[in-house]
Design a protein around this ligand. Structure first.
Ligand code: PA5
Length: 434
C-alpha cells in the first residue's frame, strides 16, 4: 500500500476521458524514463538516488552536521531555487512552530534584497555562525553575492583560518566558481551529482546537510524516499499513485483547466507549496505549454483567494493535501454564558474543525466547477517527507513527458539574467543593450 493516498473520485465527473485510458502512453513514458532515452535523460540520477546515494559522503554530511551544531548557534544556508527550497520545505514541514532548536537555520542568497542582508549581518554580529553555501553551477549571482558578503563577515569575526572551518560548500564535483573558491580555500565540500538537477536535489547533500544540521532524522527521510522509489517503480496506474496523479492533471490540463493550485490546511505545508511550484513550474513550463502552478494555505486564503476560486474564471483545479494526524491539538473549551456561540463545538479538537473546513471547501469548489484531487498523508514526519518528495519528483517527470517537454532543463531562466548582466555592465553582455 502507498504511504500517500490519492483520491481522484471528485475529478472523474469533470473528465470525458479517464486517466486509465492513458495507460499505454504512461507505460511507454515509464520505459523512456527508466531506460533513460528521453529528453534530458542525463539528469535522471534522482531516480535511484534513495538507493545509490554515496554512503561515505552521507556519513560526512552527518559528521559535518554534528560539527556545525557544536560550533555554531546559527547556520546560514545560502542558495536559490532548487538549492534552497527543498531544505526550507523540509524544515517547515518537520519543525514544531515556535519551538527554537539548538541550531537556528537562516536562509540567504535566495533574492537580492540589500535590506535583508544588512539586517542579517546585524543579527549575526553577536552570534556564532557557520555557512553552508550551495550552488550546483557555482555561478549563480544571488548566492554568489550573499556568500561574498557573509564570508567577509565570518572572516572578520573569526579570522580567515577559523572561518574556513565554518564554511561548507555544496557544489559540482569539478566545475564552477564556487568549486574553485572552495578548493582554493580548503572548505569542506559536498557534491551535487552531475545527473541530479537543482530542483531534484533535496535528497543529496543540498537538502541533507541543512536538514541534518537542524537535527532532523534524514535517515528516515531517505528510507521514505526509498520505499516510494520501490512503490512507483512499475507503470501500472492502479498501483502507481505518482503516475495516476500525473495522468489526472494531464487530462485536466488538456480539458481546459490550465491552473493547478496546491492547497494545504496546515501552515507547515506552506514551503512545501513553494518547493512543489518550483519543481513543476520549472520542469513543465516551456515551449508555450504546461500547467500554471499556484498555491494557497487554507483556511487563511479562503478569506482572500477563496472568492476567486469559487466564482472566478473556471480554468483551475486544486490538489488538496490532507494531513491525517497533525500531531499536537487543542480542544475547544466550554463557556457557561456562550456569548460567542461556540458551545456547539465544546470538547472538539481544532483538527476536527479543520477537517470539516477541508470537506466543506472541497464540496463548495466542486459545486463551483473546480475539480479537486485529494492527497492524504499520515503526518509530519521525516519518512513521509522523503516519500512525498519522491512521489512528486516521479509524478513531475511523467507529467512533463506527457506534454512532450524536457523536464530537466530551464532555458527560460537565462532571459532575465542576460538583461541584468547587461544592465550591470558585466563583460560580454554589452551587445544586449545596443
Ligand atoms: O532547478 C534548478 O536547476 C534551478 O532552480 C537551480 O536550482 C537554481 O537556479 C540555482 O542554481 P545553482 O544551484 O546552480 O546556483
Amino acid at each position: 500500500m502507498s504511504h500517500i493516498q490519492l483520491n481522484i473520485n471528485e475529478v472523474r465527473p469533470f473528465l470525458t476521458e479517464q486517466p486509465e485510458s492513458l495507460q499505454k502512453k504512461v507505460s511507454e513514458i515509464h520505459k523512456v524514463i527508466h531506460e533513460k532515452t528521453g529528453q534530458g535523460s542525463d539528469y535522471l540520477g534522482w531516480l535511484d538516488l534513495p538507493k545509490t546515494y554515496d554512503k561515505e559522503e552521507y556519513a560526512r554530511v552527518l559528521a559535518a552536521a554534528k560539527k556545525i551544531r557544536k560550533q555554531s548557534q546559527v547556520l546560514v544556508v545560502i542558495g536559490i531555487g532548487g538549492s534552497y527550497l527543498g531544505s526550507k520545505a523540509g524544515l517547515e514541514f518537520l519543525s514544531e512552530p515556535f519551538k527554537k532548536g539548538k541550531l537556528e537555520i537562516i536562509f540567504a542568497g535566495h533574492h537580492m534584497s540589500g535590506k535583508y542582508l544588512a539586517n542579517l549581518l546585524e543579527y549575526l554580529s553577536n552570534k556564532k555562525f557557520s555557512i553552508n553555501v550551495i550552488s550546483k553551477s557555482g555561478t549563480t549571482t544571488e548566492p554568489a553575492i550573499a556568500f561574498r558578503v557573509l564570508k567577509r563577515a565570518l572572516e572578520e569575526k573569526f579570522g580567515k583560518e577559523e572561518a574556513k572551518e565554518r564554511i561548507y560548500a555544496t557544489t559540482d564535483k569539478k566545475r564552477g566558481a564556487l568549486y574553485t573558491v572552495a578548493k582554493q580555500n580548503g572548505y569542506e565540500m559536498f557534491i551535487i551529482p552531475d545527473d541530479v538537477g537543482g530542483r531534484y536535489s533535496v535528497l543529496t547533500p543540498v537538502g541533507l546537510l541543512p536538514l541534518s544540521a537542524a537535527g532532523i532524522n534524514t535517515k528516515l527521510m531517505l528510507k521514505g524516499a526509498k520505499d516510494a522509489m520501490v512503490r512507483f517503480s512499475k507503470p501500472k496506474l492502479e498501483s502507481n499513485e505518482a503516475y495516476l496523479y500525473a495522468a489526472t492533471r494531464y487530462l485536466l490540463y488538456t480539458s481546459g483547466k490550465k491552473i493547478e493550485m496546491l492547497v494545504g490546511y496546515e501552515p507547515s505545508l506552506l514551503y512545501l507549496n513553494e518547493w512543489w511550484k518550483q519543481l513543476f513550474g520549472e520542469s513543465e513550463g516551456k515551449d508555450h505549454k504546461g500547467l500554471f502552478v499556484a498555491s494557497a494555505g487554507f483556511s487563511t486564503d479562503l478569506h482572500s483567494l477563496g472568492q476567486y476560486i469559487q466564482e472566478g474564471e473556471r480554468d483551475l483545479f486544486e490538489t488538496v493535501i490532507h494531513v491525517e494526524d497533525s500531531g499536537k491539538d487543542v480542544l475547544i473549551p466550554e463557556e457557561s454564558n456562550d456569548l460567542d456561540e461556540l458551545n456547539y463545538l465544546k470538547g472538539k479538537p481544532i483538527s476536527y474543525v479543520n477537517l470539516q473546513a477541508l470537506k466543506g471547501t472541497m464540496m463548495a469548489h466542486k459545486d463551483g466547477l473546480v475539480p479537486n484531487i485529494l492527497l492524504t498523508i499520515p503526518g509530519f514526519d521525516p519518512y513521509t517527507f522523503g516519500y512525498m518528495v519522491y512521489f512528486f519528483e516521479k509524478a513531475c517527470a511523467m507529467s512533463a513527458y506527457l506534454i512532450d517537454v524536457n523536464p530537466f532543463n530551464q532555458p527560460g531562466v537565462e532571459a532575465y539574467k542576460k538583461n541584468m548582466f547587461a544592465l550591470l555592465g558585466k563583460k560580454g553582455y554589452e551587445h544586449i543593450l545596443k
